[in-house]
Each structure stands twice: as C-alpha cells, then as structure tokens.
Design a protein around this ligand. Structure first.
Ligand code: ZN
Length: 315
C-alpha cells in the first residue's frame, strides 16, 4: 500500500475513464433459433414472434426476431476461461485490480439500462465494445465505502451498425464499512398495572383521563390507591378530567438518556383543573418557553403495544 491520498487515488482512477474495458468481443454464434428457444423457455415468454416464422411475418416483420433483452447474451463469454477470451485485457480488469489493491474488494451490480436501436434477426453477428464511462468519488453507502464504476457497452452488427447500447454500473466497496442502520427505538418502560390502577390505564387507552374519587367523602386522589387518605373509605368511583391544567413544576432532563425517549425530555407536574396533580411530559414546546403556571391541555401519546399515555402541550 502506498500513502497516496484519497484525491490522488481518485485522480488515478479517473484516468481509466474513456478507456476501453477490453478488446471488442465478437459473438461466438450468430443470432440463432436454438438460443432464442432456450431463453424464451427459461423466461416463460410465449410470444410467437420469437419462434414462429409465420406469426412473425404476420406482424410485418421479415421473420422471427430475438427477444430484445437477449442483447447481451449473444456475446457473453460463457464458460470460456478469461485467458482464452478477448474480454480479459484492457482497462476494466486493470481498474478492478487497482480498486482491489486499495481495499475495494467487494462488488455489487447496481444499475443496468439497455437501449434497443433495432430488432435482431436470425443470422446477425453481434460485436460488443465496452468503455469505462465514469469512476465516482468515494461514496458512503449502506454496504460500505466505495466507488461506482459505470461502463457503456455498444452492440454492433456484421455491418458495423449500432443495434443497441447498455449502461451498467457496479459498486466496488470495502467490506465492513457500511453504515449500520440505527437500532429501532425500544418502547417506553411499561407501567406496573395492578388492581388499584388498572382503571386509570383502561381510561387512557380510550383517551379518557380519569381521576379516582372517594365514594365516602368525595375527595379526588391521584395516583390511584385502595383507600381514601382523608376518610379511609375503600369505596370509590371516578370522574373524567377535562384534560386542562397548569404546570406546577418541571425539569428538563438531558442525562442519563434512555433510548425510549426523545431528549431534551420535559418532565412536569401538572395540576388538573379538577384538583389532582400528575407526573407527565410536556410536548410541542421548547424547554425555554415553559413557565410555571402555564396553561396546558392533554395530548395522547401512543407508547406502542396498546399503551396510551397522557402528555401535555401549551393550551
Ligand atoms: Zn374519603
């Protein structure tokens, strides 16, 4: 490895732009019915213009045509080893070797676009020539840091007429340098629901803010409990709060940060207009704008997995 900078490396890779990927490659076989049939069988394409002379002529053509998407198939090297192939020399293998040496050893194909200039007929002999069109700056991708390499293949027939073109792009990247997706946010801690407070959470699930009321003396209380602190009665019912209140006190929580919450986290004591006080969060307001005594109104927070919680926003 050299100590060349990223800019120097890129400049060197850019010298490959415009170079032929390799020598032009002449198809080993002319366009033929047997290969077309193999292709249409594999694709499940039953269009008769690819296999039936009469049907093809009925469409105004001179005879059967090759499926346009076979364009690249005619000159593919197949299983011939690179040393015996005309496509093994030239700029492209050298560019890949340079990228590999610099650590960009993994490859993924990202784009391919074909353009068809005319339909291919039985007997056409296709020649392909590849040119390296572009080597991109180093990009951070989800797979890793790498360079996109764009090539253009031109397909010509036996008369030198261009019959099609193909742009194709690969990404050469350094394995293990991908941006890890952020882990999903865990849900808020679940409340411990028991026989004394279940009614309150059942209320919030219906977006109703309930306050426990002593059946003996009418005193409202929160948090929920089994016995009235005033008259010690264990009989109770509920009243539904209007959801309006005022900020009794608040704090802005920066640390420690629990992944379930957004920070800064506004934690507040809110006095409901009915007369009880609850611990909650303030939303839709910047910490600097919160004042003690500020009028607030309930909002409903979907905390996931069926848990709905009351939070408060400026009224
Ligand atoms: Zn009571």
């Amino acid at each position: 490895m050299t100590t060349e900078s990223k800019d120097e490396f890129l400049a060197r890779m850019k010298t490959f732009e415009g170079q032929r990927s390799g020598a032009p490659s002449v198809a080993r076989d002319a366009v033929n019915q047997a290969m077309i049939r193999h292709w249409t069988d594999a694709m499940g394409d039953t269009n008769p213009v690819y296999v039936d002379e009469e049907a093809a002529r009925a469409t105004g053509r001179d005879g059967v045509i090759a499926p346009p998407t076979m364009l690249q198939a005619w000159s593919m090297r197949g299983l011939v080893p690179p040393s015996a192939s005309t496509g093994s020399s030239g700029g492209f293998p050298k560019l890949l070797a340079e990228l590999e040496t610099a650590g960009f050893s993994s490859t993924v194909a990202t784009n391919c676009e074909q353009t068809y200039h005319r339909e291919l007929r039985i007997g056409d002999v296709i020649t392909t020539s590849d040119v390296i069109e572009n080597v991109s700056d180093e990009k951070q991708t989800a797979l890793g840091r790498g360079h996109f390499v764009t090539s253009r293949i031109t397909f010509t027939d036996q008369d030198g007429e261009v019959v099609g073109e193909q742009m194709w792009r690969i990404l050469r990247f350094i394995p293990g340098t991908g941006a890890a997706p952020p882990p999903p946010k865990p849900p808020r801690p679940r409340p411990a629901i028991n026989r004394d407070n279940a009614f309150w959470f059942e209320g919030t699930s219906e977006q109703r803010l309930l306050i426990q009321r002593c059946a003996g003396c009418g005193t409202l209380r929160h948090p929920p409990g089994p016995m009235c602190p005033n008259c010690h009665s264990t009989e109770w019912d509920t009243v539904e709060s209007s959801g309006r209140g005022t900020v009794h006190s608040f704090t802005v929580n920066h640390y420690p940060q629990v992944p379930s919450f957004e920070y800064p986290l506004l934690v507040a004591l809110v006095d409901l207009e009915e007369g009880t006080r609850l611990v909650t969060n303030l939303v839709e307001v910047e910490p600097d704008a919160v004042e003690i005594g500020m009028a607030v109104a309930v909002r409903w927070l979907d905390a996931g997995d069926g848990l709905t919680l009351p939070v408060f926003a400026p009224a």
